[in-house]
Design a protein around this ligand. Structure first.
Ligand SMILES: Nc1ncnc2c1ncn2[C@@H]1O[C@H](COP(=O)(O)OP(=O)(O)OP(=O)(O)O)[C@@H](O)[C@H]1O
Ligand SMILES: [Mg+2]
Length: 217
């Protein structure tokens, strides 16, 4: 069915200083939402709190499936995924890295194999599946991070600057992967970027942030 995400009055402080200041925004299911704003404006913080990786100090973050409000529990966490700007990989094969999210969920090996093969294929890394992940280029590493997230078939995929340090070809590949998810209609995408042209190419909905506040939506 997909998930809708609504933030109201969200406040997040670090050392007494507000990184998120009364943020209110809705992320509707199935759309590509793009967060923009200067360095330090709170974009990554917003993604982390939305991905339920950090608690907030005030306000509400509400996930709904249809009309039903979902509890922020492990079951919900397993339906969402965050890819960081610099994907961390471990000294193992590309396959094992991509399988990580499924392995920790205790899923059967043959199911994992099918999903991982599919997600590596989707990001153009099928031929590298037996290579050590540490040998990948930065663009390939970024795509591996996306494959790892895709393998768990998240209903909301958060991407923090997915193309920040990669070349034009890899950027287009990543954009095409994201647009493919959008066309399939099952995944809501919430991403950050400093690239206005990318926002124009990708966004159904642009959210601007400034000093911890949402200034436009
Ligand atoms: N773990 C933390 N501890 C202390 N301060 C933090 C922490 N995380 C974020 N901040 C502060 O919160 C503010 C918002 O940071 P955030 O990383 O969310 O910005 P951003 O919009 O993602 O910036 P950038 O475009 O540079 O990635 C900054 O002032 C930052 O220093
Ligand atoms: Mg950031």
């Amino acid at each position: 069915m997909g998930l809708n995400l609504t933030l109201s009055n969200v406040l997040k402080r670090y050392n007494g200083k507000a990184a998120l200041d009364h943020c209110a925004v809705s992320f509707s299911q199935g759309a590509i939402h793009v967060l923009m704003g200067p360095n330090g404006s709170g974009k990554s913080t917003l993604l982390r709190v939305c991905a339920l990786l950090e608690p907030i100090d005030d306000g509400e973050i509400v996930f709904r499936s249809g009309e039903r409000v979902l509890a922020p529990d492990l079951a919900l966490r397993r339906r969402i995924s965050l890819v960081l700007p610099r994907v961390g990989v471990f000294n193992e094969t590309v396959y094992r890295n991509a399988a990580y999210g499924l392995t920790v969920r205790g899923i059967a090996k043959n199911v994992i194999a099918a999903k991982v093969d599919e997600s590596l294929y989707a990001v153009g890394l099928a031929s590298k599946k037996n290579d050590n992940a540490l040998t990948l280029s930065s663009g390939e590493t970024q795509r591996l991070g996306i494959a790892r997230a895709l393998a768990i078939e998240p209903e909301i995929l958060f991407l923090d600057e997915p193309t920040a340090s990669i070349d034009e070809d890899n950027t287009r590949m990543v954009e095409d992967i994201i647009k493919g998810l959008h066309r399939a209609g099952k995944t809501t995408v919430i991403l950050t970027t400093h690239d206005r042209d990318q926002a124009l190419r990708m966004a159904d909905h642009v959210v601007m942030m400034k000093r911890g506040r949402i200034v436009e939506k």
